[in-house]
Ligand binder design. Structure first.
Ligand SMILES: CC(=O)SCCNC(=O)CCNC(=O)[C@H](O)C(C)(C)COP(=O)(O)OP(=O)(O)OC[C@H]1O[C@@H](n2cnc3c(N)ncnc32)[C@H](O)[C@@H]1OP(=O)(O)O
Length: 414
């Protein structure tokens, strides 16, 4: 994967070296419309998270400027929880940008092809990303696989229901030292409880805990942390509105009790009539309040996209909620790694192998990737004519098998 010539444009594709980073930061600042380029501390944060060999660069030898950098893509080596199956490695595509002078000439496709070559050589099973636009990545086999809901909580109306048989466990504000000591471990414990949850390596925590002024939204305070034995919450005070509101960044609860206890403190914040938060689509907060209308859903976002790179290994990695006997035809126009597979599920485990039998299910790899973590049921894609089955019984069995007890939630945007 050293310097190669791409035909017919003669653009060069290479991996990053130390000398490239000033240009990388300038190119990404332009592409992502940053008003301020990343500070030196933020540049160091990013470089701690990615190896130079995992950064693909495209240059134009024929530019007016000397070999201008016209394309950047990189990926993080991440870990994602699959339903019932624990953590799995995933290649986290990020910071993808093409110079405005060179768009729609196939540079994104060139960079993604280069990365797929690498991931397949490394025998990676999953690629993931967070997307700026919803219409770019399906052609490469990605499907939206984790959704989350934006909520506005009316703190003047929100009261937790009291349960006489429960004594609230203690929740405290934490010092910076407590946060550094306790929060990464609490987050790691939480990732085991949710499909789609992304583990944060040590290098990621440095940036999160630093809570640099330059990374805060305008007119927002630093993070306040609330700590519980089985979870934590963090929020800022958003002074861009009058009266100020609480912008809740995270409520990470390993147990239902921790969720209740943390939210009891959050809905009790005085002097701010409103809080905003991004929560899982099955978050039980409204049901825990005396007035469920205090929580208004203001939007649903796709937070993480998934791409299955190896169908048998991916399907074999998770647990299932019902028996299944299906012959699945997967279409993979981008990489040609689809095919027909026998899929048998018993006692929650799947055996998946190439097959020459007549398919009973047909779907695109992007649809299978969207279904994989349990966020979109098969019947939704069948209704949209994007999944075919040989009859309603197969569709029901597919739906039952892929269903998960809890909705997937990635928890980390990258
Ligand atoms: C994972 C992440 O990092 S998400 C961040 C993505 N980056 C950004 O949004 C930064 C600003 N935008 C850009 O830098 C560029 O416009 C990019 C990266 C989105 C696209 O780069 P380009 O080199 O222009 O894309 P390229 O020409 O390779 O197009 C590949 C395919 O995607 C399609 N495509 C490209 N951009 C878009 C778009 N914004 N919306 C819909 N389709 C798109 C093209 O039509 C093409 O389709 P085809 O090959 O099936 O005919």
């Amino acid at each position: 994967m050293s310097n190669t010539q791409t035909e017919p444009s003669a653009l060069t594709v290479a991996r990053a070296t130390d000398a490239d980073w000033t240009e990388i930061f300038a190119a990404d600042a332009r592409a992502f419309l940053m008003t301020n380029p990343l500070s030196e501390a933020e540049q160091a944060d990013l470089r701690a998270k990615v190896a130079d060999d995992d950064v693909v660069l495209v240059r134009d030898p024929d530019g007016v400027a000397d070999h201008p950098l016209v394309g950047v893509s990189m990926y993080y080596r991440m870990t994602m929880t699959v339903p019932g199956g624990g953590p799995q490695s995933a290649a986290g595509l990020s910071w993808v940008s093409v110079a405005a002078t060179h768009r729609r000439r196939g540079i994104l496709r060139t960079m993604i092809t280069e990365l797929f070559d690498q991931w397949e050589a490394e025998k990676q099973v999953f690629a993931i990303l967070t997307a700026t636009e919803a219409t770019i990545y399906e052609r490469f086999g990605f499907g939206p696989a984790c959704f989350a809901q934006n909520v506005a909580v009316d703190l003047t109306a929100a009261r937790m229901r009291q349960r006489a048989d429960r004594t609230p466990a203690s929740v405290n504000y934490a010092t910076d030292e407590d946060v550094a000591r306790l929060v990464p471990d609490l987050h790691a414990r939480w990732t085991a409880t949710r499909p789609g949850a992304l583990t944060r390596p040590t290098a990621w925590w440095g940036q999160i805990l630093a809570d640099r002024q330059s990374r805060r939204p305008a007119h927002h305070s630093g993070l306040h942390y609330l700590i519980h034995a089985d979870g934590y919450a963090s929020y800022r005070i958003d002074q861009s509105v009058e009266p100020p509101r609480a912008a809740i960044e995270e409520v990470v609860a390993i147990t239902e009790q921790a969720h209740t206890d943390l939210w009891r403190v959050l809905v009790g914040l005085d002097l701010t009539p409103r809080a905003t938060a991004l929560i899982a689509v099955d978050d039980p907060l409204p049901a825990k309040l005396t007035n469920h209308r205090a929580v208004a859903v203001t939007g649903i976002e796709d937070r993480m996209w998934l791409r299955i790179l190896d169908v048998p290994r991916a399907l074999g990695a998770r647990r299932y909620s019902g028996d299944l006997d299906a012959v699945i035809e997967v279409v993979d126009d981008f990489r040609g790694h689809g095919g027909v597979f026998d899929m048998t599920v018993r006692h929650g485990g799947a055996i998946v192998a190439p097959s020459s039998a007549k398919p009973t299910v047909r779907l695109d790899i992007s649809v299978l990737s969207s279904m994989f973590l349990g966020s979109v049921p098969a019947r939704t894609f069948a209704a949209a004519d994007r999944l075919w089955t040989d009859g309603p019984d197969t569709l029901d069995a597919l739906d039952q098998a892929f269903a998960t007890g809890v909705a997937p939630f990635a928890g980390t945007f990258f």
